[in-house]
Ligand binder design. Sequence first.
Ligand code: SAM
Length: 350
Amino acid sequence: MKGLDCRLRAMASIGWQDLCTILLTSPAGQRILSGGIAVDLRQVMMRAVLPDAMVVDIGLGWIGFKKMQDVSLPMSDRMPSLSPSLLVKAFSPRRLFGFIRGVVGDVKFLMRTYAPAGVFIKYLEGRLIRSRVIARYSDQAEAFTATAAQLSLSTRWFMDNVSHWLDIFDKYRLSDRPGIEALEIGSWEGLSAFFLLNLLPKARITCVDTWEGADEHKAEDSETGPDALSGSEAAFDRNLSRFQGRVEKFKGTSYQYFKSVPDRQRFDLVYVDGSHHCDDVIVDAVKSFEALKVGGLMIFDDYFWFYYPRVIDNPAAAINAFLRLKAGSYRLVSVSQQLVIEKTADRYAS
Ligand SMILES: C[S@@+](CC[C@H](N)C(=O)[O-])C[C@H]1O[C@@H](n2cnc3c(N)ncnc32)[C@H](O)[C@@H]1O
């Protein structure tokens, strides 16, 4: 605790996930200690103490800490109060059981799709920080939902990813990078491209899509339906019309796109969200990685998606095979419903 302005505080509610979250995500060198039973840091710490102070919270033997931000509340509101109902909620067997069951199911899926070891660790870390990330970006996510309300959309799949993308964009300071060049495989009605262009005013994006849908859109029980499918390209054009000059549209399969692009065209960000069959995902992964700059980010959607009856036909199997092939050339950034990597080395670099 050397060099830190610390304050000891009594604990209020108990929330072990949140303590782990803080310990896992706090900047290196500021880590203090973990152990015992943790605290609901969102409740206690976000309302506590002074600007720029470091805080040590002690809860039934565990110690956590966080740099305080919220000083807008009166001190009385920032003081924790021990609430039996919060204790009961945090220790609710049903909640704990649900969490464990979810994790066990996901871990089994990762094993069956041959995920590399590092993925398991990132996945667990992601599970612990998920609610915190959602809470941190809830205002921005809400503002984006309001902006997107003007769009022609039959589905809003991308909305679930907004907090996650905001978090990554912040961490990698994408808004400070001039002239981001992005590639998107699979654009549908343009919601994800709209998000990117809206958030990064200087970015440009190449959108690749057949606008004929993927297997799941063409299936009889598809949630999208034939009208949405036949109207997806027109909706894309309408939704992105305000970004003229910043969107390049390629109509065709990703395979056709990669065959046609100028040699060595490079991107800062690639979003892989086209066909989800493993045969296509592996091609998209390898070719997109080749087109990614060192330091660039690649985001795979639907990592835990389980649609094809044979588990190895789903995206995770291809993504995991790709991760094994490219070990040493990327850094794993996060693992959740989306898997994100940062490219660290290029095969063509001399
Ligand atoms: C899940 S949607 C994309 C959603 C979009 N990224 C969003 O978040 O709003 C998948 C899209 O991939 C397209 N697609 C399917 N197979 C493809 C392929 N082989 N090459 C390019 N696009 C493909 C489909 O037409 C569909 O529009």
